[in-house]
Design a protein around this ligand. Structure first.
Ligand code: CTP
Length: 408
């Protein structure tokens, strides 16, 4: 396999010096870097230090006749496997959103046909400004991966989100984006549940939770990208159907179980849905009149079916690999291990939901199998999905990691 290369755009911010460490860490992993320094970037790091670490010529000007004859700016933007903007300043992101091409960095971003990763770093107010948040949403809609910055004290003396993520996290994201997209799950059928369930009390009220469905939809897309046929059974969420995935929309836990059972047999079952544990015993046909009767109403609840447990314990048609999620706020790994046993699944993805995970863009997880615990760094949900899909593909290929499937 040929060595991977990135084109690194270094923007003008105090965090620019960390791009030097990034270049070195990538080099250690055999990933080559060619760099563009923006004009503002040269105020923070010198072209000489970037060139020394990358071992490559550094590009700084749009109109340099020598550079154009050696390598035109179009070719420069396409000669790499991935374009990384680090630090991505508010200004660079705004330019990318509007398709500006008035310097080498913005021209390269506009001319590229490769995936783009933005690693933002800026003052907390700039990060939280409506304009920046609007730009980030637009970049993501355009297919750019934008990492979440770290939270902490900033060079300017303020505190909050806006710090450049740890270099190890950036490296992990770059490696995930560079991994070849194989089709190792071709011929396999995967069933995924995602989103919340909605348990009606009457025609206008229901019991539900904050699950956005992002992680489940991401896993469905990643498994489809690995070549699997994917059936996604989803509770109510506002996400579009991932490409190439068969989407079945449901509302309640009982509908979700029914749709899953109808989809069997499958090879892989990934239970990501945040299924409501309880439902009102009776859903009224008409809107309940809860006020004016002089007493607080009592809502009688019944336990919902446990979909993961039911599918795990199927005598016939049990999927070869059953994966559950354990959303925990404390003692994450201990609770997750108990859940693995209780639910009878093969793997559990332990998910720390004590922060802003539900509805957020990142996830910190540990993959628990019968062989042990694999702790992953905090990653964007997309990168978690890709990694999990890879682990699944490796398990089916009887891969070197030794992750083995249930005996039957
Ligand atoms: N799950 C399910 N059906 C349910 C409840 C949960 O399929 N009725 C699945 C989830 O999709 C997840 C796993 O079980 O894969 C664990 O869900 P979680 O909400 O963490 O656990 P609970 O079983 O609800 O247990 P607890 O609330 O006590 O943590």
């Amino acid at each position: 396999m040929s060595a991977k290369r990135i084109l690194l755009v270094i923007g003008g911010g105090i965090a620019a010096y960390k791009s030097l460490e990034l270049i070195r860490e990538l080099g250690r992993r055999g990933i080559g870097t060619r760099a563009i320094l923006t004009k503002a970037g040269t105020e923070f790091v010198t072209p000489l230090s970037v060139a020394a670490l990358s071992g490559e010529k550094v590009y700084t000007e749009l109109f340099s006749l020598t550079d154009e004859t050696e390598m035109g700016h179009i070719e420069l933007s396409r000669s790499a496997d991935l374009l990384v903007v680090c630090p991505a300043t508010a200004d660079l992101m705004a330019k990318a959103v509007h398709g500006h091409a008035n310097d080498l960095a913005s021209t390269a971003l506009l001319a590229t046909d490769k995936p783009v990763l933005m690693v933002p770093a800026m003052n907390v107010r700039m990060w939280q400004h409506a304009a920046t948040q609007r730009n980030i949403a637009q970049l993501r809609a355009d297919g750019v991966t934008v990492m979440e910055p770290d939270v902490g004290p900033m060079a300017c003396g303020e505190f909050g989100p806006g710090r450049l993520p740890e270099v190890s996290r950036i490296v992990a994201e770059i490696e995930a984006m560079l991994r070849p997209r194989s089709k190792r799950l071709t011929g396999r059928h995967a069933l995924i549940t995602a989103g919340p369930t909605r348990e009606p009390l009457d025609p206008v009220r229901y019991i539900s939770n904050h699950s956005s469905g992002k992680q489940g939809y991401g896993i469905a897309a990643a498994l489809a990208a690995e070549g699997a046929r994917v059936t996604l059974v989803s509770g109510p969420v506002s996400l579009p159907a991932p490409e190439g995935v068969d989407l079945i929309k449901v509302e309640t836990a009982r509908e979700m179980l029914k749709a899953c059972e109808e989809a069997l047999p499958v090879d892989i079952f990934v239970s990501v849905a945040a299924v409501a544990d309880w439902r009102p015993v009776k859903a009224a046909d008409k809107k309940l009149k809860l006020k004016g009767e002089g007493k607080t109403p009592t809502i009688e609840l019944a336990e919902n079916p446990d979909i993961l447990r039911t599918i795990s314990h199927k005598k016939k048609k049990r999927p070869a690999l059953v994966i559950g999620f354990a959303a925990e706020t404390h003692d994450v790994e201990r609770h997750a291990q108990e859940k693995l046993a209780r639910k009878g699944c093969d793997w559990i993805v332990a998910n720390d939901v004590s922060g802003d995970v539900m509805g957020g863009l990142e996830n910190e997880i540990a993959l628990i199998t019968r062989d042990g615990i694999d702790r992953w760094p905090r990653l964007p949900k997309d990168a978690v999905s890709t990694r999990l899909a890879e682990k699944i593909a490796e398990a089916f290929a009887g891969d070197e990691d030794g992750l083995s499937l249930a005996a039957e």
